[in-house]
Write a new protein. Structure first.
Length: 143
């Protein structure tokens, strides 16, 4: 029986733990229950963003569909991101929860500061934490 050279033994001890450490699949999000296609909430649509003085006014629409998304939302969560005009073009923005409104309201006012580009998107939710996809993102340069 041949002895394994000392260097190969050391390399195996270094490489195997390194390979085992790379087997993870990355950062995971919170668990989400599987849903049937019709047991879902449709995404808000037709977002309109207007500037009223130092406030932004956000309006949107929402509808249910018996075939694809028949669950009615209880609330809408409004997510906002902002970046200055000096930030790099095309850099990702981080959305944070800006507020929640009852499903019957479908509008949101928020005070803003000049000198930033604001991004908004909305997600509908119900009491069981069922969530819609995000709406399309709208943006406004507030100079």
């Amino acid at each position: 029986m041949k002895k394994i050279p000392y260097i190969i033994y050391i390399l195996v001890l270094i490489i195997l733990p390194g390979l085992a450490g790379m087997s993870g699949c990355g950062q995971k999000g919170p668990p989400v229950a599987p849903v049937k296609k019709s047991i879902a909430i449709s995404a808000p649509y037709d977002l309109k963003l207007t500037n009223i003085g130092r406030d932004l006014h956000l309006l949107w629409k929402h509808k249910t569909d018996e075939q694809t998304a028949k669950v009615k939302p209880d609330t809408f969560e409004i997510f906002m991101a902002k970046k200055s005009f000096e930030d790099c073009e095309g850099c990702p923005v981080e959305f944070r929860l800006a507020g929640k409104v009852d499903a019957s309201v479908m509008e949101f006012f928020i005070p803003v500061t000049p000198g930033f580009k604001y991004y908004f998107r909305i997600q509908a939710t119900d009491d069981d934490e069922l969530r819609s996809p995000y709406s399309k993102t709208v943006e406004l340069d507030f100079k």
